[in-house]
Design a protein around this ligand. Structure first.
Ligand SMILES: [Zn+2]
Ligand SMILES: [Zn+2]
Length: 342
């Protein structure tokens, strides 16, 4: 098959085509695995972290992509959950040990043996992929392939982040950064917590306008003061300034949830602006989000189908994965980006 391969780490400011289209052998499902014919694969900011070496793949080459929608076209020995022809999705969780303290308690996202799709194992920037069948999820019929793909990471991790805020209906929520995940959180909150007002901090006026279009009561720049203090804020940005700026907008006892696998170090000096009384005192908290548990994906898919929550998305052919990644790097964003297979 012809897949998009990451052969080595790359600096995207100079290397504009980090992925190479190349012929690789078709994958064969091992015991307990299924073979998927990929229909769509979402493009995630985490791919940039892999390419630029902040969370590098343990070996090269690797096929990236961890928001995969496909049809089951083959099954390995002892794989019996799905039938040939079923439409399934795969997210960031590729495998975990299944026996550690975390796995036994539904926190497989924290498993020390956690393996990620498209980083530790080949992912969905390809016409075919294999996956352990217990890491695949049936896709509700209400979604098209391209609608479903961004739900598998942007949506599922947004769901996990929202849960970690501990917010209740009527409390005020902030979102700093307004990409694929945040726009799905906004849609989710409007249905789950109808009395919760949402405040969005975004760099570009285009993103601010998009947030208001989707129902945010207020949208401003990263460093702005919101008109009122917020009970929780979710940060989906790759940098540090929004973290510090968000803390000053938190209500006493409020919590900032950082939904990012890695932060870039370009503006790390901003952390020196952290002022204890302004940003941390009054029992404010910071919590990170790590990976995604299988239950996040299955619960979110159910919820998204019931509401329904559908992402805004732009499609690209598989061959144009590099262009999609560059646009993401350059923050040319409106909703999610999805690679669509022919
Ligand atoms: Zn992702
Ligand atoms: Zn484990």
């Amino acid at each position: 098959m012809q897949a998009m391969l990451l052969e080595k780490p790359a600096d995207l400011t100079v290397e504009r085509n980090p992925l190479t289209k190349a012929a690789v052998p078709d994958p064969v499902p091992a015991e307990g695995e299924i073979l998927l014919k990929v229909s769509a694969c979402g493009v995630c900011h985490t791919e940039l972290d892999e390419i630029e070496g902040r969370t590098p793949p343990p070996s090269f080459p690797v096929i990236p992509g961890h928001q995969v929608v496909g049809t089951v076209v083959g099954r390995g020995r002892d794989a019996g959950i799905f039938q040939t022809g079923d439409r399934v999705g795969v997210g960031w969780v590729y495998s975990s040990c299944g026996t550690c303290e975390f796995c036994r308690n539904g926190r497989d996202n924290l498993c020390p043996e956690f393996k990620a799709t498209g980083r530790d194992a080949d992912g969905g920037y390809a016409p075919l992929m294999t996956v352990p069948e217990d890491s695949a999820f049936k896709i509700p019929a209400v979604f098209s392939n391209s609608e479903a793909a961004p739900l598998l990471c942007a949506g599922a991790i947004g769901y996990r982040s929202l849960g970690l805020t501990g917010i209740r209906n009527g409390q005020r929520l902030g979102l700093t950064g307004f990409g694929a995940s945040a726009h799905l959180v906004l849609k989710m909150v409007r249905h789950r917590y109808p009395d919760t007002e949402i405040f969005v901090f975004a760099r570009s006026e285009r993103e601010q306008a998009f947030a208001k279009e989707l129902g945010a009561v207020w949208a401003g720049a990263t460093e702005d003061m919101a008109p009122t203090k917020l009970h929780a804020i979710i940060d989906t940005t790759p940098v540090w300034k929004p973290v510090v700026e968000a803390m000053k907008n938190l209500e006493s006892g409020g919590r900032l949830v950082i939904n990012a696998i890695r932060k870039e170090s370009i503006d790390k000096q901003y952390l020196l602006d952290l002022d204890y009384p302004t940003h941390l005192w009054m029992e404010k908290e910071i919590k990170s989000v790590a990976n995604v548990a299988r239950t996040d994906i299955s619960e979110f898919l159910d919820l998204a189908a019931r509401i329904p929550i559908k992402p805004e998305f732009q499609e690209f052919p598989l061959e144009e994965a590099n262009r999609a990644l560059l646009e993401l790097k350059e923050r040319k964003i409106r909703g999610a980006k999805v690679l669509r297979m022919a």
